[in-house]
Write a protein that binds this ligand. Sequence first.
Ligand SMILES: Nc1ncnc2c1ncn2[C@@H]1O[C@H](COP(=O)(O)OP(=O)(O)OP(=O)(O)O)[C@@H](O)[C@H]1O
Ligand SMILES: [Mg+2]
Length: 376
Amino acid sequence: MTASLVDRLGAVGVAIIALTDNAEEAERLRKIGVASALTGVASTELSDRISDAVAQLAGSVRPAIRSTPADTGVALVCETVEPQPDPEGQGTGRLIAVWGPAGSPGRTTVAVNIAGELAADGSDVLLVDADTYGASVAAVLGLLDESAGLAQACRLADQGQLDADALRRVAATVATASGTFRVLTGITRADRWTELRAAALAIVLERARQIADVVVVDTGFCLEADEELSFDTMAPRRNAATLRPLELADTVYAVGAADPVGVPRMVRALAELEAAVPQASPIVVMNKVRSSSVGRAPERQLRDAWERYGPAFGLKSFLPHDPSAADAALLAGSLLLEAAPESVLRHAIRALVCAPAQRKRKSSVFSSTPRRRSNG
Ligand SMILES: Nc1ncnc2c1ncn2[C@@H]1O[C@H](COP(=O)(O)OP(=O)(O)OP(=O)(O)O)[C@@H](O)[C@H]1O
Ligand SMILES: [Mg+2]
């Protein structure tokens, strides 16, 4: 009995009540939203429990595993009442999702550096690589991590065994000269996407909010809902790992490439985002802004082009094309704040989430102090 199975059964109208005399098992079941009773329970009490389970299915399940459009089941659960509180307590951490269309617009660069800047400012940060098409956070941070921390966390969540300590254990720690943050690394092969199911991922994100001030999620690009193609309501959803964080996020950054291919692609992608996750109100960021791809005064050119397309969301921010800073960070397997602390790109990304940085001279501590990394 896993969180995913409970979620899928709930989606097709099956309420679950477990019989067990094992207190540990009852606790585990509670964590995945299943009520239990002792095996020798009196029949009247059992019938009450069954009624409760049915009533709860019709009304609410725990918010962390409630079906939403990332899954098919939502259409089948029509009545809603107040959800029950999460027994572990609600997390208060802010969830930031970084998303953007296909074409490598810079989602990972933005996500990783947002996480680093917030950590440098003293926030407790957990970075999550939920890109099921091309996970790259571990490589970008120079982590020799093949353990797919997010898949491990999802497995534990699915089994009702993900508490705050377990989540801390499966997250890698990245220590920079200016702050430490945790990372749940992504899946190592795209065909492992089935390991990141919506119900389990929602529990992971809920736990993440409990252990971190800010949770930053690097998502994939694809928002396609595949349920219409599938008659199997038990099947996992290909893009749940992107849709679920977008549904749950407090803030969504939509990152697009500032060139003649990237701009119209971004406009179309935002329309898809609005249809798939109507509650998301993305902050639109144009990345790799340069005059050589859009003409002189590139920000004005981009705004003019944007107006012509007339998308629902305005352009909020421009990140400069800064290949030497981006490459220096890639080469060093580190953050811009370490590899290129004075770069325009570092300061522009920092300005998305932090108060303006104090400019440091070339002899910055960021560039001179080596970084330590460890797991756990
Ligand atoms: N502002 C920038 N200036 C120059 N190069 C950049 C900038 N932003 C990102 N890059 C570079 O562009 C490439 C793609 O960036 P990144 O991996 O962040 O994109 P992505 O959207 O996450 O791509 P993917 O589709 O692989 O997930 C990387 O080589 C990165 O260093
Ligand atoms: Mg990426």
